[in-house]
Every structure is written in C-alpha cells, then in structure tokens.
Ligand binder design. Structure first.
Ligand SMILES: [Fe+2]
Length: 467
C-alpha cells in the first residue's frame, strides 16, 4: 500500500501522508457510509505532487498526480489515480525548466497544482509551465498553449467569470516579462495578453477578479538567482520540475522573503491595456490563495484572502500559518484598509464559484491544514465562514486531516450544495472522500466513501459535473 515514510530526517514533504504513492489504481465497489446524493453526476478530481522517483527537492515540485472519484446514480463508480504524463515525468534525465543560459522552457510542466475545465478542455496546471490537457478518465492528452498564443507560463489559479464565461489568468516568470495578464474568451480563444510592469520577479501564486477588475498581488517573496544557481547544479537546475537530493528542510525554492521589496495590489479594469493599471500599497505579507474579490460601494474593491504575515524568511521548506483577511481598496483615496477576519490557521480557501468576482457571503477553508508540521496540534476541520457577519461553523473530522474542500452547487442558493474533500485517516493509513451538506456543515457527512489506500496530501481540485 506504500506505507508512509516515518524517518524524521526526511523533509516534511516526503514523510507521512505527504510521501508519494507508487501505484496507479482503478478501484470499484467502494464501501460507502451514508447516501451519495443522486444529483452528483460527475468527477471530483484533486491534483497534487507525487514524485515518481520517491523524492523531490520541495513539496511544490513533485510530479503531478490526479486523484479522481466518479459519482453517478448515488454510487461511487470508481476511484483512479494517474500521474500527469509530462515531459518532466517521461524524459530521462528530467528536462531543464531553466537552461544554463537562462532560457525558460514552458513545456516541461510537472502539472501538479490544480485542475480546471474551461471551454470543453480539462487542464492540469502548474504555475511554471503551460497547461496539460487531460481526459475525463485522467489520461494525458498533452500540452495546451492556446494554439500557440500563450507565450508565458500559466498560473494554477485562473478565474472563470460566471457572467461572461471568460477565463482570466496570468503568467509570471523569473526573467522579464515578470508578469503577464491573459484573457481567454468563453470559446477558449486567448484574446488578450498584457505585460504588467512590476519592480522585480516575485512569486505570484493566485490573484482575483471582480465584475469590472482583475487584481494582482505583488508581494515580497522574491526570486533569488544566487540561491537558484547555488542550490541547483546544472543537472539539478530542473529542481523546479523534478528534483532529487532534498535538503532536510526542503529549502530548495529559489525564492526568499525580502524586507525591502514592499507589497502592492494591482488593479486593472478587465480587458484594459496595462497602462490603466493602478498599484495600491499594503503592509508586507504573503498570500498564496484568495477566497474572492468583488466591487464594494463608493469605488471600493474588496479582496478576501488567507494571509501569511511573512513567508520563507528563513527557508522555503517552512510554512507559518495563514489566516482569513480582508483588503478593502479605496480606489478614490488610494488607501487600503486591512482587516483580519478570523483567527483560524486556515488555507485552501474556496467559495461557490458561481459567485467568483461577485459579492459572496460564504467562504470555505480547512483549518490546521496539511502544510508542513500539522502535528503542532489542534483539530483539523473543514470550516464555513460567513464573510458578511463573522459567523464561523466547522466540521470536526475527529483527527482526520482534510485536503481542500470543494463546493459543489446543488441548488440556486449560495450555500445550497455540498462540500467534497479527500480526508486522510492516519490510524488506518487510508483516505476517504467526505461529502458534507454545506448548509449543515457541522452534521455528520451525507456520505463517506472509503478507499482501501491513501491519497497523499496535495493541492487543489474541482468538481467536474457531467455536461
Ligand atoms: Fe494554490
């Protein structure tokens, strides 16, 4: 079954349920507790790093593996896990993401971070490369570069506007142009690419849209070329695709916290040219993920995120905790109000994606998330936040540890539907898929699907309903 490694000398991302699994399985006749809602017809699929060699230099750089659970007719038809068949996985030696003369190859693609569907294509994503298109049964079709129009990497966190069907995203890089905004129309055609001027190369993991704007996060985790070169011998300059030789701390990302860079949110009208962009200063922090953003009153724009006070000040293998936090950007005065929303150590924020860019009342996240040493204590839970009144409700998982919980619509109301997540049970060393009623989150799950194997902790996923 691939018992998890327990050697404490290993970096966290190679131990316990972070450790990779080595078998691609197709499982049917899964044990179910409760009743799977018959309205759920589709695939719940989550991406995550799963280095085929058994080792990677950092949690963020292992080969991508998809874990899919197909639901239909009140049944769990199958579970299957498949590596995304990227060049980084298939070629030996692993191809270089950055060549010794500084050329970045966006076709390398470990594709380990997220999976989204837009305009009929299902794309496995990683922010250092082009997307990789996959099939409904998690086979790999190949790279998708929008017919050759995409010239940068693509973030793993594109935003699909529920009103227009457009997909907005960005690409960032180690070398100029450091940041590029892209817009894809509802038919899947890349119709706009705009270079955004920033002071330097920062790590930009996520962003946000509103009905009228796109918001960029230029935050002080900066690319460190010296660290990149020192930490990566020529054979290993591909650490960002697939590495070996992990350090005890897993400190191999070529980024570091900067006390000098500053922190800004960029606001650009959707579809505008880059010269319309305005920057708004905020207190230094880091943000991997946003819940959502929306147009407020009187020219204000509201952005809700999970905020880290600092990130990677000592090394990139350690993660502090993030908490839900609100930026209210006053586009008239130029000032940004900053408001902590909840005290939880929380990550993997999600909303009902039908509200993306619109005022959303509810946010969902996981607390005591599986980022690094979750052994710090506390009870892992899936939480539901009312972002309008500060109310918080939680589903206690009894010590089991959730991956990201994805909201699946089941009715017109914003919280009419379910939350679905992979959950790891250390006592059995196996994982479950848990389905919660989003309106009654604290109640026992509507259904729990037991797997006879474990699903390593990973990153993001989506519910892909049958079309
Ligand atoms: Fe992410």
């Amino acid at each position: 079954m691939g018992a998890p490694a327990t050697d404490r000398k290993l970096p966290f991302h190679l131990r316990g349920n972070y450790a990779p699994v080595f078998e691609e399985r197709t499982l049917t006749d899964l044990a179910v507790e409760g009743a799977i809602p018959p309205e759920l017809r589709g695939l719940f699929v989550r991406n995550g790093p799963n280095p085929r060699s058994g080792s990677s230099a950092h949690w963020f750089v292992g080969d991508g593996m998809l874990h899919g659970m197909r639901l239909e007719g009140g049944q769990a038809s199958w579970y299957r896990n498949r590596w995304v068949q990227t060049r980084a996985l298939l070629e030996e030696p692993a191809p270089l993401l950055i060549s010794p003369d500084g050329i970045v190859d966006h076709s390398v693609a470990v594709a380990n971070t997220h999976i989204v569907r837009h305009a009929g294509r299902t794309l496995a994503l990683v922010e250092s490369s082009f997307p990789t298109e996959v099939t409904p049964d998690l086979g790999t079709k190949g790279l998708h570069d929008f017919g050759g129009r995409l010239k940068t990497a693509m973030t793993a966190h594109p935003k699909i506007c529920p009103r227009t069907g457009e997909m907005h995203f960005f690409g960032y890089g180690f070398f100029p142009p450091y940041l590029t905004y892209h817009r894809v129309d509802a038919a899947g055609v890349l119709v706009q690419s705009e270079e955004i001027s920033v002071k330097g190369p920062t790590m930009i993991h996520d962003f946000a849209i509103t009905e009228k704007h796109v918001l960029f996060l230029d935050l002080p985790v900066v690319f460190d070329l010296e660290k990149a070169m020192a930490g990566m011998a020529p054979k290993d300059a591909s650490t960002l695709t697939q590495g070996s030789g992990a350090s005890p701390q897993g400190d191999s990302m070529p980024y570091r916290w900067s006390d000098d860079y500053g922190a800004r949110i960029g606001v650009l009208p959707r579809g505008a040219s880059a010269d319309a962009l305005r920057w708004f200063e905020i207190a230094p922090c880091y943000v991997f993920h946003s819940f959502n953003a929306f147009e407020g009153t009187d020219g204000r724009i509201v952005l809700d995120v999970c905020r880290y006070p600092k990130l990677w000040a000592k090394n990139s293998g350690e993660f502090e905790s993030a908490s839900p936090y609100r930026f209210t950007i006053d586009t008239t005065s130029g000032r940004v109000a900053e408001t902590p929303l909840f005290d939880d150590a929380a990550e993997f924020p999600r909303i009902d994606d039908r509200r993306a860019g619109l005022r959303a009342r509810f946010g969902y996240a996981v607390t005591n998330p599986p980022v690094g040493e979750f052994e710090r204590g506390g009870r892992p839970s899936i939480v539901k936040y009312d972002l309008t009144n500060g109310e918080r409700r939680a589903h206690d998982l009894g010590g089991r540890v959730p991956s990201e919980a994805v909201f699946v619509p089941g009715g017109k109301g914003e919280d009419e539907g379910w939350l679905i997540a992979y959950v790891y049970d250390e006592s059995r060393d196996t994982s479950d898929v848990v389905i919660l009623d989003a309106q009654q989150i604290e109640r026992k799950p509507v259904a729990t699907i037991h797997l006879p194997c474990r699903v390593p902790y990973g990153f993001h996923g989506n519910w892909l309903p049958d079309e």
